[in-house]
Design a protein around this ligand. Sequence first.
Ligand code: XMP
Length: 515
Amino acid sequence: MTRQETIIILDFGSQYSQLIARRVRECHVFSKITPFTMTAEQIREEAPLGIILSGGPASVTADGSPACDPEIFKLGIPILGICYGLQLTSKTLGGKVVHSQAREYGKAELLLKGRRGLFAGLDHDQITVWMSHGDKVETLPEGFEVLASTANCEHAAVADLKRKIYGIQFHPEVVHTPQGKAIIANFCRNLCGAAGNWTMASYVDIAVADIQATVKDQEVILGLSGGVDSSVAAALIHKAIGKQLTCIFVNNGLLRKNEAGRVRQLFADNFSMNLKYIDAEDRFLSKLAGVDDPETKRKVIGHEFIEVFDEAASQIKNASFLAQGTTYPDVIESVPIGGNPSAMIKSHHNVGGLPAKMKMKLLEPLRCLFKDEVRELGRELGLPEEIVMRQPFPGPGLAVRLIGAMNKPDLETLRDADAIVVEEMKRSGWYAKTWQAFAVLLPVKTVGVMGDERTYENVVALRVVDSCDGMTADWVKLPYELMETISSRIISEVRGVNRVVYDLTSKPPGTIEWE
Ligand code: XMP
């Protein structure tokens, strides 16, 4: 890969490692989280401008606590230890860390000895910082001096200025340290000498060169879903290798209204990609007909998808790579921390999901990008806002939103109701402000009057939630007028629905989807 300014973050299992990476990238410097076991030699090879040692849940005073290669401190590369990272630095270089009586957790006032270096350009000599630690550094290693203290913690910021090794007890990466971003920027710019030239445009060049060097003259296939990640991966790989990429798009009959047409038009027509469109609607729906158990629905769909995809992929001769839109959170969250799988946050269906019989290498060009960076990259590559800002849509599609036995007429009803929800959310500007908005069709009939006639028809539930990662969610307080428009349009325009209700359940205890 072409050289780029990089800061390496050695991860000691902190819940905030991703935030550190974000903050560094916000300073326009590329950052990379790696396990703390990366050796000094490996780091030297990557030639980063700086190294950050993250916090972590362990205590350096305990036997077998995670430690980095001590040679790292001799590389001459600036280092910033945060919390556990500070304590590990102190212990490794000959200082003393003790278990402190009072655990310090929450906001603290940090008194600076000077506004230089790490603290250059800050407004005041006293700033609010976020603390979360049990241990503290009692004796500093030789060559270190105190840069700042709090009432409870004398060694809250320390440094060996000559060796450019810094340590802070507080967490600059969290929003509760309001000047934290400036402190991280000072580390990257002033102390590591980064120019800050990491932008999406520069990333496109680097990623394209990297894909070309990896793929050479071989063929790549990619399962295109129409979602943000697979679409951006397709556009990026296509820019790099053009017709050596074939995208496979499976219409499983469970897509949103006009979805298949839009994907074909954009990728096959506008981008001139090799797109293998597979109309498997009948195949999926005949297997699903009458199935009402949610888990069975998911299993049937998953199984069928692999079969259809395999068949299509096997027709592409000499395909050596399977491309996926795996993103950074998928990667980080799937790595066992410190070799301890119990510390793993979640396993992800994208990672390691390659069917064993497909003997292909993985190509994951979004592996180091966060979601909003993926969106920015999509824009850079010329993808329309409609794709770049698309809300998440589950793999099993409308099947998880049609409660009860699967059948084609009900799917049509749900698809029509759902299209109205999306249309009105977009028209009112609420689509971009929410995580997901969709209709659910309930197998419940209620009485109504339409015109002079009594009706006995289905109920649609409207589900609109806000979330930052899908793990927790709040139901959205939509304006009544918007709910009214959506409801009256569904009832008057969608055949077979005479009642709309709004879901007022947050997650937990509910889930976002109904099944
Ligand atoms: P839940 O319903 O578990 O959903 O709160 C969390 C997020 O995951 C999506 N979701 C799925 N995505 N296959 C998928 O690819 C599934 O079976 C599935 N179930 C839920 C859901 O839309 C939400 O964004």
